[in-house]
Ligand binder design. Sequence first.
Ligand SMILES: [Zn+2]
Length: 251
Amino acid sequence: MQGWWWREVAGLVLPVDCAGCGAARVLLCAACLAALGGDPVFLARPSPRPRGLPAVHAAAVYDGPVRQVLLAHKERGALPLAGALGAALAGAVRAAAAPVGGEPGGRELALVPVPSARRQVRARGHDPARRIALAAAARLRRSGVPARVAPVLRLRRAVADQAGLGARQRRENLAGALEVRRGGARLTAGAVVVLVDDLVTTGATLAEAARAVCVAGLAQGAAPGAAVVAARSDFRGRIQSSGATDRQSCE
Ligand SMILES: [Zn+2]
């Protein structure tokens, strides 16, 4: 449990109930913050593993209160939760960046959010992954890690809603769907690229995002890092005791 953001958020008493468990009059109670705490960050290993999926680091298990908090932020516009979600993501980003060259005090980190479909952004009134990425980058900078958000990915065609699709259908739905915007290489030049999202389900979206980043040469031939707030409990894999996974190449 990391005290710094516990104090920051738990001390903030608002006329709402805990988004995770419904405890009265607190944005997030201590127990739900702990569940989001990223302690320890773990490797998320979807099975089957989509081709080209980089190592995905997750801060929390997508279950119980964490699931409620993510849904409240994403679907119900509980925007003050972005701070706590961003803090959780920041921990996963640090773990994801280490093996791809993002040592503390080293190169700047470019957090590349996985984009939502335009109609989803319209319906929700915001882009959840981008909002959490902004909070995570701010958190990283405050702790002395140079980081910025580089929203360089865009959907090049309409895709069906992924919910309700199986792993194979998701891959087909998303194949070739993402691309790097014009000028994207400039936005990430010299930085360590880390893909970020709120959660990983089948891994199809992050694999497609990694493909697009690799095709555009944003990570100089190396696969980007990937970090998410939450992953399913059965995806939980241990990070090697060396503290890092091997650097992967673009496939
Ligand atoms: Zn709670």
